[in-house]
Design a protein around this ligand. Structure first.
Ligand SMILES: *[C@@H]1O[C@H](CO)[C@@H](O)[C@H](O)[C@H]1NC(C)=O
Ligand SMILES: *[C@@H]1O[C@H](CO)[C@@H](O)[C@H](O)[C@H]1NC(C)=O
Ligand SMILES: *[C@@H]1O[C@H](CO)[C@@H](O)[C@H](O)[C@H]1NC(C)=O
Ligand SMILES: *[C@@H]1O[C@H](CO)[C@@H](O)[C@H](O)[C@H]1NC(C)=O
Ligand SMILES: *[C@@H]1O[C@H](CO)[C@@H](O)[C@H](O)[C@H]1NC(C)=O
Ligand SMILES: *[C@@H]1O[C@H](CO)[C@@H](O)[C@H](O)[C@H]1NC(C)=O
Ligand SMILES: *[C@@H]1O[C@H](CO)[C@@H](O)[C@H](O)[C@H]1NC(C)=O
Length: 470
């Protein structure tokens, strides 16, 4: 978003609502600084395996007895190769190309020596039979923890062999018990992590989880599973901050990206999503819990055929907040619920009762969102009666229904503003005072700008830049 545009919105808000609004929008100033220049996010060049590796120490799983025929159990070889690589400075743990390594549920623990690179060029496959799954690791397959400054990269594939797990899900067949299934790949309690180039596919449940991490950069990953595979989220963030996900293509049977509690400063750029359930914040607030997510930016995304687009979902009875989210330059193709805030989320066999407490949702901006909606409600703001959504901003929205029928906006308990072209119209987000609309127009022509307030904002913007740079 251009700074001028941004400030003109703030000035408009000033005029419409009085100076107190500026304070409550400081979140957006901070979001400005979440913009990451592309060249800042360049990853280290991949080492070229055909040439000299400099001071790197190559540790090949094959040297530890891995067979790579997709049938032999290579778990021990991976564990032993990990011990060696983890204790060796500048190690490269190599899973070589062209073969398929069968590995059981395994915990790869740090701390490790500096500059560990895990180079996955081959395929790692999970055992496919749920009945024989390691009972000590019911919810994890490949689990990495306690790492600092490690890089995961390569052209390899992490394949969860999830077919039998999906068939056993209660979402597939109501006579099945509702049990959790493993996450294919987890990075837990780690910092300064890079992940580049890998493909995650056919996970038992979630594909790639970042939990309790700080400073993670994910670039050019692919996540792929069938549209009807249950709960197979693509990339799931929990308890993590300063995470960048870019240039990635995700298509699964659940959320392409899901961002849950205690996550902040999340930046997504150049994301393709579909099939799937969209790009989600939440769910939050289940079983009266506290959920807090702040400062999320999605810039440049294409969603195709998903069952939701840009979604924020919270359960009745929760507490906490979602605050400071900016979605911009998003194209939708045949997406149901392209823009949706759902504070009545209930992913449970039992129906959920409305309650007085809810996760508060505020300072959410949607800008340059275009394309086609599968549902009549192209925009849906279903907010709690007792904890309304506030400071919701729409700017330049153009969502059309595919069949030529008129798309519409659903609103319950929401306040905010529209700016620029907004289609379908969202009257619930228009100031009730007609004169303020005229003021906006005047202000657009820069005839009525309150200079002192702009200066105030700019100073603040600079301060925030220092503190929130990714
Ligand atoms: C929104 O789209 C317009 C027109 O394509 C573009 O000039 C502007 O930079 C976009 N806004 C953001 C925030 O990228
Ligand atoms: C891998 O799991 C299978 C099935 O539970 C088990 O028989 C085998 O011993 C495990 N391999 C290792 C190295 O633990
Ligand atoms: C992580 O490593 C540190 C040592 O650096 C250790 O004290 C801590 O217990 C480890 N945490 C976990 C979860 O393994
Ligand atoms: C669901 O599972 C039951 C019991 O295993 C089976 O009899 C039934 O055919 C399954 N239904 C479907 C739709 O797969
Ligand atoms: C969410 O995170 C906060 C800390 O940021 C914590 O107090 C709270 O218990 C967490 N909620 C859940 C459901 O884990
Ligand atoms: C959540 O709080 C409501 C209201 O206090 C209570 O009725 C309900 O049982 C609570 N639910 C859970 C799962 O604790
Ligand atoms: C909860 O409240 C919403 C908004 O007022 C309403 O549409 C919905 O029907 C209510 N749900 C229940 C289960 O009472």
């Amino acid at each position: 978003m251009g700074k001028i545009d941004f400030f003109s919105i703030l000035v408009v808000l000033l005029l419409v609502h009085g100076t107190h609004v500026v304070k409550s929008f400081y979140g957006f100033d901070e979001l400005e600084s979440l913009d990451v220049e592309d060249d800042e996010i360049e990853f280290l060049e991949l080492p070229s395996w055909s040439s000299q590796h400099g001071s790197k120490v190559m540790i090949n799983v094959d040297s530890f007895g891995a067979v790579g025929d997709g049938v032999s159990d290579d778990t021990k070889a991976f564990e032993n190769a990990w011990s060696k690589a983890c204790s060796t400075a500048k190690a490269v743990l190599l899973v070589p190309p062209g073969r398929s390594y069968l590995v059981n549920a395994t915990r790869f623990k740090g701390p490790c020596a500096t500059k560990l690179i895990v180079q996955i060029d081959g395929t790692i496959v999970a055992p496919d039979e749920p009945k024989n799954w390691d009972s000590k690791n019911p919810r994890n397959w490949l689990h990495f923890s306690n790492l600092t400054g490690a890089t995961f990269q390569g052209h390899g594939i992490i394949d969860g062999s999830g077919k039998k797990w999906w068939a056993a899900s209660c979402k597939k067949n109501k006579t099945n018990p509702c049990l959790g299934a493993p996450t294919a790949f987890t990075i837990d309690q780690s910092s300064s992590i890079k992940v580049q180039g890998l493909t995650f596919q056919n996970s038992q449940q979630m594909h790639f989880v970042i939990s309790h991490c700080d400073s993670v950069r994910i670039n050019s990953v692919v996540v792929s599973a069938p549209e009807d595979s249950p709960n197979t989220d693509g990339i799931h963030l929990t308890g993590s901050s300063n995470v960048v996900i870019q240039n990635s293509k995700i298509g699964t049977g659940d959320d392409c990206v899901s961002i849950v509690n205690a996550s902040s400063n999340i930046k997504m750029k150049n994301i393709y999503c579909g099939p799937g359930h969209g790009i989600s914040i939440g769910s939050l607030g289940k079983d009266n819990s506290t959920g807090i997510v702040s400062k999320v930016v999605l810039d440049t995304a294409f969603l195709k055929g998903t069952s939701n687009g840009l979604r924020i979902k919270t359960w009745q009875g929760g507490s906490g907040y979602v605050k400071g989210v900016r979605y911009q330059n998003v194209k939708m193709d045949n997406v149901a619920n392209p823009i949706i805030i759902d504070q009545f989320y209930c992913d449970s066999p039992k129906s959920c009762q409305n309650q007085t407490s809810a996760v508060e949702i505020s300072q959410i901006m949607y800008q340059n969102v275009t394309g086609s909606s599968k549902s009549t409600d192209a925009m849906k703001f279903a907010c709690s009666d007792t904890v309304p959504c506030n400071n919701i901003i729409l700017k330049n929205i153009n969502l059309l229904k595919l069949d030529g029928k008129t798309a519409q906006t659903y609103c319950n308990s929401v306040t905010g503003i529209n700016y620029g072209q907004v289609q379908p119209s969202a009257d619930c987000l228009t100031s009730s005072d007609k004169s303020s609309i005229e003021e906006i127009e005047v202000n657009d022509n820069e005839r009525l700008i309150d200079k002192s307030s702009i200066e105030e904002i700019e100073v603040n913007d600079d301060e925030r830049l220092i503190h929130t740079e990714l």
